[in-house]
Design a protein around this ligand. Structure first.
Ligand code: SF4
Length: 214
C-alpha cells in the first residue's frame, strides 16, 4: 500500500522545488551525448557506472561506430576493448550490439518512441526507457536510479523499497511537468550532498525541510 504523503503539503513541495531550482538552475543529464543513438547507448552503459567513466569511453566508441547501423556490424571484442573501463563491459558490449541490430533490422535504424518497443531492446530496462522518453520530450517520465531512490526515500517523498513503486509515489505526488527536473535535481543532490555513505546534512540547503534522521 502506498503510504500517504501527509508531511509534504503543497506548500512544502513548492518550497522544495524552489530550493532545488536555486541550487541547480540547469538540471540536465551529466552524460555527454548528441541524438537518440548516443543517448540510448550512453544510458545503457551508465548502469552501475559513473557518468564520468561513461563520458571517458563514449567519444572513441561513437567515433568508431557513429550510428546504429555501424554498431550493429561491430565485433564484440572490438567494442569491449573500447569500453573496458566501464563496469560489466562484456555484457554491455553484447547488449548494445544486439540493441543496434534490432533497431537497424526492425525499426529502420530509428530508435522507437514507444516504451514497450524501447524495453524490447537488449540492455534497455524501464529506467533507460524512461530516460529516453523524458530526455527526448516524448512523454513525461520519472526514471529512478540509485540516487533518486536514496534521496527520495531520505526526504520521505517516497517510502517503498522497490524502485517501481518509488516511481509511482513520486509521480502521484508531483505534477508531470516537474518530473524531468525533479529527477535531475535528486541525482545532482545525491551526487554532491546527500551521498550514499555519509550525507552532508550540516551543509545541506534542504536540512530544514528534511525529515531524515541520521
Ligand atoms: S538533510 Fe541530509 S538526508 Fe536530508 S536531503 Fe540533505 S543531505 Fe540528504
Amino acid at each position: 500500500m502506498v503510504k500517504r504523503h501527509t508531511y509534504w503539503t503543497p506548500q512544502r513541495k513548492r518550497r522544495l522545488l524552489s530550493l532545488f531550482r536555486e541550487l541547480y538552475p540547469n538540471p540536465r543529464s551529466e552524460l555527454n551525448f548528441r541524438g537518440n543513438y548516443q543517448l540510448v547507448v550512453s544510458v545503457a552503459l551508465s548502469a552501475q557506472c559513473t557518468d564520468k567513466k561513461v563520458n571517458e569511453v563514449t567519444p572513441a566508441l561513437f567515433e568508431t561506430y557513429p550510428d546504429f547501423s555501424a554498431l550493429a556490424k561491430a565485433r564484440q571484442s572490438d567494442v569491449e576493448r573500447i569500453i573496458r573501463q566501464v563496469n560489466y563491459y562484456k555484457s554491455k558490449s553484447k547488449n548494445i550490439i544486439a540493441m543496434a541490430k534490432k533497431v537497424t533490422e526492425e525499426f529502420s535504424g530509428k530508435l522507437p518512441r514507444d516504451r514497450k518497443k524501447l524495453e524490447s531492446l537488449a540492455g534497455v530496462g524501464r529506467k533507460t526507457a524512461s530516460v529516453v522518453l523524458s530526455e527526448r520530450g516524448i512523454e513525461p517520465a520519472f526514471p529512478v536510479d540509485t540516487h533518486v531512490f536514496r534521496v527520495a526515500r531520505r526526504l520521505e517523498l517516497a517510502f517503498s523499497e522497490k524502485r517501481d513503486e518509488v516511481e509511482e509515489e513520486i509521480k502521484a505526488a508531483f505534477a508531470p511537468e516537474t518530473w524531468r527536473e525533479l529527477h535531475h535535481w535528486l541525482i545532482f543532490h545525491g551526487r554532491r550532498v546527500c551521498k550514499a555513505q555519509r550525507p552532508l546534512c550540516e551543509e545541506c540547503a534542504l536540512l530544514k525541510l528534511c525529515v531524515y534522521d541520521s
